[in-house]
Design a protein around this ligand. Structure first.
Ligand code: INI
Length: 158
């Protein structure tokens, strides 16, 4: 029979680092609220959540890497909002953030969530931080818990 490994949504005893970009904080602070609520609802102790603020999404990877390599966290949740402007800056910031975050995850063998919105306008961002399309912070927190539990099952079975 197939062995199917699936992560359950139980976060008791888990420790989380959250990195939040202050740029576009009218969006990112709502992502933070969503992420924290989801963690607390699923059993995380408030004292097991560390929040690190960074100036913009481009600075997320270096701080996420520092938290990840400390060994103090089961997952890192990265939250930002890159909103397209008139120049190419958006492309560089979103590429730096996404590629950097992916690298931090693999370099540290730790779930590092990409809760960075990359949208064409403010409306799309507002829809995704507690509006019509949910809250990306909340989804990232839930994904983090499930991924930790998948990795735990794999590592316990090997
Ligand atoms: N940072 C963001 O998080 N979102 C943006 O939309 C954004 N734009 O559009 O410029 C942004 N820029 C700042 C960037 O993340 C760095 O903080 C800055 O370039 C200094 O390294």
């Amino acid at each position: 029979m197939d062995l199917v490994i699936d992560g359950e949504l139980n976060a008791e005893g888990m420790r989380f680092g959250i990195v939040v970009a202050k740029f576009n904080d009218f969006v990112t602070l709502k992502l933070l609220d969503g992420a924290k609520s989801a963690l607390l609802e699923n059993g995380v102790d408030p004292s097991d959540i560390t929040v690190a603020m960074v100036p913009g999404s481009f600075e997320i990877p270096v701080v996420a890497d520092s938290l990840a390599s400390s060994g103090n966290y089961d997952a890192i949740i990265c939250l930002g909002a890159v909103i397209k402007g008139e120049t190419d800056h958006y492309e560089y910031v979103s590429k730096g953030a996404s590629e950097g975050i992916a690298r931090v995850a693999l370099d540290n063998q730790l779930p590092v969530m990409f809760g960075v919105l990359t949208t064409h306008n403010v409306e799309q961002a507002l829809d995704r931080c507690g509006g019509r399309k949910g809250n990306e912070g909340e989804s990232s927190a839930i994904s983090a818990i499930k991924t930790i539990n998948v990795l735990r099952q794999i590592n316990n079975n090997s």
